[in-house]
Design a protein around this ligand. Structure first.
Ligand code: KG4
Ligand code: ZN
Length: 347
C-alpha cells in the first residue's frame, strides 16, 4: 500500500451526507446518504430537515465508508470537512462530527471550502490539475468562473451569477414543466427527446454586458422567459411541448456557460477547463464543452456525474492535496461559515 496519508472527508453543506476516503489522488471509498426525498414535496431543500437527516446519517455513513475501504478509523491520517459555504445548520453537523473525530483520534483537521472541493475532486479521475486551471463551477447555489493557480490556496473569482445559480434555474424551470425536484436530471432526461426550436434569451451577452459583466451570469430572465412562454401556450389552450422547452432552455444555459468559460480561458492564457458542481453532470453541457473546447485547443475535464454532485470524496480530495502540499491544518475552533467566500480555501 502507498504510504501517502489517508484522508477522511465529510460533506454536509446541503442535503447529501458524504463521507469520502482518499489517499493521494486515489479514491478509496465514497459513501453517501441523501435526504433529497424528504425535501421533494416542498420543492426545495428545507434546512432543518437537512440538518436532522445529517445527524441521523453521520455515523452509519462513516461506518459504511470505512467498511468499504476495509480499514478502521485509526488508519485515518487526517480529517477534512466542508466548513462552508452552505446551510448553516447542515454545515454545523459535519463540522462538529469532524472535530469530534479529530480530537478523539488525535489527527489534524482541515476545514475546507465546498466550492474549491468541487474543483479538486477532478484530480481523483484525471490526475493533477495543471496550474493554472480555469474552473467553471455550476451547482444549485453557485455559478462561477474561477482562475485557479493553486486549488489549496489561490482561487480567483473572475465572475459569478448576479441572480439565480444555473442549478436553481434548472430546478425552477423543471417545476414550471411539472417535473420533480431536483429538476436538473429530469430536464436533462426529457430534453433528449426534444428539439432546440425555441430561441430563449442568453443572459448578460450583449455588447454592453460583455464590458460590465464579462464573466458574470444571469439566469433569472431566462427562467422568466420560459415561464411566460409556457403560460402563453396554456392560456391559448395548446399543449406544452415539454421536451422541446427543456431542450431549448438547456441549450440557452449551456451556451452561455461554455461561451464565457472559453473566453475566460483564452483571455487568461489557460488551456485547461475543469467543470464541477451538480450541473456539470448535465449531458448537454458536457458534450457542448467538449466539442467547442476541442475546436479551440482547450482541454476540458469533467468528473463523472457522481463526483460532480455533492459527495465526501471531493472534500477528502481537497484535504489530501492540502496535506500533500504541507498546508497547515486548522485549529479546533474554526467556525462553520455559511457564506465562506471562494477566496478562502480553508478555515
Ligand atoms: O453541487 P450540487 O449537488 O449541490 C450544490 O452544492 O448546490 O448541485 C445540485 C444542483 C441541482 O440544482 C440539480 O438540479 C443540478 O445540480 N443537477 C443538474 C443535473 N444533475 C444535477 N442540472 C442539470 N443537469 C443534470 N444532469
Ligand atoms: Zn455542491
Amino acid at each position: 500500500m502507498s504510504d501517502e496519508p489517508l484522508v477522511l472527508g465529510i460533506e454536509t453543506s446541503c442535503d447529501e451526507t458524504g463521507i469520502g476516503l482518499v489517499r493521494g489522488h486515489t479514491l478509496i471509498a465514497d459513501a453517501l446518504a441523501s435526504s433529497v426525498d424528504e425535501h421533494a414535496r416542498f420543492g426545495g431543500v428545507v434546512p432543518e430537515v437537512a440538518s436532522r437527516a445529517h445527524l441521523d446519517a453521520m455515523i452509519p455513513t462513516i461506518q459504511r465508508a470505512i467498511a468499504t475501504a476495509g480499514i478502521t478509523l485509526n488508519d485515518v491520517d487526517a480529517i477534512a470537512v466542508t466548513a462552508g459555504p452552505g446551510l448553516a445548520g447542515a454545515l454545523l453537523v459535519g463540522v462538529a462530527a469532524a472535530k469530534a473525530l479529530a480530537l478523539s483520534l488525535g489527527k489534524p483537521i482541515y476545514g475546507v471550502n465546498h466550492l474549491a472541493a468541487h474543483v479538486a475532486v477532478d484530480q481523483l479521475q484525471h490526475g493533477p490539475l495543471p496550474e493554472p486551471t480555469m474552473a467553471l463551477l455550476v451547482s444549485g447555489g453557485h455559478s462561477s468562473l474561477l482562475l485557479v493557480p493553486d486549488v489549496t490556496g489561490d482561487v480567483r473569482p473572475l465572475g459569478a451569477t448576479i441572480d439565480d445559480a444555473a442549478g436553481e434555474a434548472f430546478d425552477k424551470v423543471a417545476r414550471v414543466l411539472g417535473l420533480p425536484f431536483p429538476g436538473g436530471p429530469h430536464i436533462d432526461r426529457v430534453a433528449k427527446d426534444g428539439q432546440i426550436v425555441i430561441e430563449f434569451p442568453r443572459g448578460l451577452t450583449t455588447q454592453r454586458d460583455m464590458v460590465e459583466h464579462r464573466f458574470d451570469f444571469s439566469f433569472s430572465g431566462l427562467k422568466t422567459a420560459v415561464a411566460r412562454w409556457v403560460e402563453a401556450r396554456e392560456a391559448a389552450g395548446e399543449p406544452v411541448p415539454v421536451a422541446d422547452v427543456a431542450a431549448s432552455f438547456q441549450e440557452a444555459v449551456t451556451d452561455v456557460l461554455v461561451r464565457k468559460a472559453i473566453l475566460a480561458c483564452k483571455e487568461n492564457g489557460v488551456d485547461t477547463l475543469v467543470i464541477g458542481g451538480g450541473v456539470a453532470a448535465n449531458s448537454r453541457l458536457r458534450s457542448m464543452a467538449e466539442s467547442r473546447c476541442e475546436a479551440v485547443g482547450i482541454a476540458v475535464r469533467v468528473p463523472r456525474p457522481g463526483l460532480c454532485t455533492d459527495n465526501g470524496a471531493m472534500v477528502a480530495a481537497l484535504g489530501a492535496e492540502m496535506v500533500a502540499r504541507g498546508r497547515a491544518p486548522g485549529q479546533l475552533d474554526f467556525p462553520a461559515d455559511s457564506s465562506m467566500p471562494i477566496t478562502t480555501v480553508s478555515a
